[in-house]
Design a protein around this ligand. Structure first.
Ligand code: NI
Length: 257
């Protein structure tokens, strides 16, 4: 069974056939799904999907592009939902730089501190912000360790160097691996998957984006992760069943399900 740890099924791309697509996942070898928020509307939609489907759980939070929507009271209220299992996606995005970098960092850290208070893990989005992300993660790591707080984090769609992955591994972090692993030019991601122990890998689509081969370019869905499972099985030298079983257990442990 596959556990897809990062999806956006609330996206417009599924407006015509959302139910059909979701039903197809659960009969096609997908056991559980995390629906991930990126803004307030998407976080509420993630919770609604989690209410409708037994095997869907939610992450709520603000992507750095939506830093202006941050309100601690609203985030706490959303996170109190019994099917909310993480705060995310939160982080830094210096590719678009929609909001000043200082503000992005502040909102990233504040959301993470709320996750810490609530005992929830975080799902991190980081684009073109390698240095500042590592610095921020280290800062929170020190703060949480000193306070005896639970520190659990997933580098969603990890795209930095394998060397940097080593730094995150020292803090016992998890790595979201998806469609990119199957792309022809994915040398860095393949190297990362080689280095990171299988116990620290979470399967994720980030659908509707980043469909793996042979579906590259089309609308993504959780069952397409079979292609990523096959590639991981080759890299790790274990069977596809083992890859599914171990990554499923990883996700259950990470999201406390
Ligand atoms: Ni995402």
């Amino acid at each position: 069974m596959i556990f897809d740890t990062h999806t956006h099924y609330d996206d417009d791309a599924y407006d015509e056939d959302r139910e059909t697509v979701l039903d197809r996942q659960f009969i096609g070898g997908v056991g559980r799904i995390i629906s991930c928020g990126a803004d307030l509307k998407g976080s509420r939609a993630a919770l609604e999907l989690a209410e409708r489907y037994e095997n869907i759980y939610a992450a709520v939070g603000l992507h750095p592009d939506n830093s202006d929507e941050f309100d601690p009271a609203i985030l706490r209220q959303l996170a109190a939902h019994p099917k909310c299992r993480a705060i995310g996606e939160i982080g830094l995005d210096y590719h678009w730089d929609v909001w000043p970098r200082e503000r992005q960092k502040e909102v990233f850290m504040e959301q993470w501190r709320i996750a810490g208070e609530l005992g929830l893990p975080v799902v991190i989005h980081s684009r073109d912000a390698a240095e500042d992300t590592l610095e921020t993660v280290k800062e929170i790591y020190r703060e949480f360790k000193a306070a005896g707080r639970c520190f659990r984090a997933d580098m969603h769609c990890y795209s930095y160097s394998p060397e940097l992955a080593g730094e995150y591994l020292k803090m016992d972090m998890y790595f979201g691996i998806g469609g990119v692993l199957t792309f022809k030019n994915a040398k860095k991601t393949v190297r990362t998957a080689e280095i990171v122990p299988i116990e620290r890998i979470l399967l994720e689509t980030d659908c509707p984006y980043l469909a793996p081969e042979p579906h590259r370019g089309s609308r993504n869905e959780s069952s397409y992760l079979k292609g990523v499972v096959a590639k991981l099985s080759e890299i790790k030298g274990i069977s596809e069943e083992e890859v599914e079983r171990i990554t499923f257990e990883n996700a259950c442990r990470f999201f406390s399900i």
